[in-house]
Design a protein around this ligand. Structure first.
Ligand SMILES: *[C@@H]1O[C@H](CO)[C@@H](O)[C@H](O)[C@H]1NC(C)=O
Ligand SMILES: *[C@@H]1O[C@H](CO)[C@@H](O)[C@H](O)[C@H]1NC(C)=O
Length: 214
């Protein structure tokens, strides 16, 4: 009798929860491949300002994604329709509908408060001996010094042209220059763990095979 009940119970469970095959999925949504998740989306485009060609800067009023002072923008990530993964706040895997937010992600952004790169460079080349470039960028003490010494006898002007042209010296408020999206934005290039060049095992094998043949 009890075996019969058990059979009926398992049948009922099987009918009620037929689609439990993805309950074993251990993939976190954060680890989804890029093509299975959308981060940002339309709301991010709306925040992109055509005048500064950068994202709006965060203040108390801004609720949409905006660029924070540490040059990161927090965006919502939505797994695509029918993707199965474990969301941030839940421990069980689920099938996503393509609209729900599974997690947030930080993307790099430019923190632009309105100092124009071309203006700074032109001021440095033509008015640098009077320190106008330094005044423009907000370094008033150095600007005054340059003004009084005729740009440190033109030597300081030359140094400043190089410093500004190479974007070593930026606006005094720590922001990025206003440069058009496809303009001469300089990025510092360095090496991190995920940029290391790594031999794949396949290439190792290939190398050894070539050596063996000789
Ligand atoms: C950037 O600042 C926000 C707070 O404004 C902080 O939550 C976040 O962790 C920071 N990100 C980095 C990469 O420092
Ligand atoms: C790079 O990897 C090493 C170990 O392989 C680790 O000790 C170090 O903290 C990592 N650096 C960064 C920036 O993640």
């Amino acid at each position: 009798m009890s075996i019969q009940r058990l059979l009926i119970l398992s049948l009922v469970v099987g009918v009620v929860c037929p689609d439990s095959d993805y309950s074993k999925v251990k993939l976190f949504c954060k680890d989804l491949p890029v093509e299975q998740v959308t981060c940002g989306g339309d709301d991010l485009d709306k925040q992109f300002s055509p005048s500064t060609e950068a994202y709006q800067i965060c203040d108390e009023k801004t609720e949409a994604p905006c660029c924070r002072q540490n040059r990161t923008i927090l965006v919502e990530c939505r797994p695509k329709k029918d993707v199965v993964c474990i969301g941030r706040s839940r421990s069980l895997p689920e099938k996503w509908d393509g609209f729900e937010v599974a997690y947030h992600k930080e993307l790099p952004c430019r923190y632009v408060t309105g100092y124009d790169y071309r203006t700074a460079l032109i001021l440095s080349v033509f008015m640098g001996m009077f320190g106008i470039d330094r005044f423009y960028l907000g370094y008033y003490a150095i600007g005054l010094l340059k003004f009084c010494t005729f740009g440190f006898f033109l030597l300081g002007q030359l140094v400043d042209i190089i410093l500004i042209a190479t974007q070593t010296v930026g606006p005094a408020d720590g922001s990025d220059y206003l440069i058009s999206q496809y303009g001469p934005i300089l990025n510092k290039v360095g090496m991190e763990n995920h940029t290391f060049y790594q031999y794949g095992s396949y290439y190792y094998k290939q190398q050894f095979l070539i050596h063996d043949e000789h």
